[in-house]
Design a protein. Structure first.
Length: 143
């Protein structure tokens, strides 16, 4: 873990941030490159480069705080109609800052943000095979 990441600097107060929420475990602040107005980041105060390094209790708290923030966004002047949560884990998933962080993205009609993917419908046998592989990893104790 790079103790000098921008999020570590924000948590320590060495870098500016428009803080929205803070407790002993997490900090939420405005994203400086928002996808939509009101876009927030929720970060654990204890550094974790990826989900494998993140304490599950703190991971749960990220989402609990995200849920509260989603309600606050709807009740604020942001007045969004919906909210997307996004968490990228690894370079291939789009992670750019290697300190786990949850994006809380307010949504309004026509905001220009959206997922770009082409869902496919694989054969049930393929789904069953992969489900068995994931179940096996869980049984072996993969967290």
């Amino acid at each position: 873990m790079d103790p000098y990441s921008i999020f570590a600097d924000i948590i320590a107060g060495r870098a500016p941030a428009s803080r929205v929420y803070e407790d002993d475990d997490v900090l939420a602040f405005m994203d400086i490159r928002p996808l939509t107005p009101g876009h927030l980041l929720v970060v654990p105060k204890v550094p974790a480069r990826n989900l494998a390094e993140l304490d599950p209790e703190i991971g749960g708290k990220l989402f609990k705080v995200g849920q509260r923030l989603a309600a606050a966004l709807r009740a604020s002047e942001v007045a969004c109609d919906g909210v997307n949560f996004f968490l990228a884990d690894g370079v291939t998933a789009g992670q750019e800052v290697f300190h786990v962080h949850l994006h809380v993205i307010p949504r309004t009609p026509g905001d220009g943000f959206g997922l770009r993917a082409r869902p496919r419908t694989p054969p049930r046998a393929d789904l069953d095979y992969l489900a068995g592989s994931v179940r096996g990893a869980l049984e072996r104790g993969t967290r």
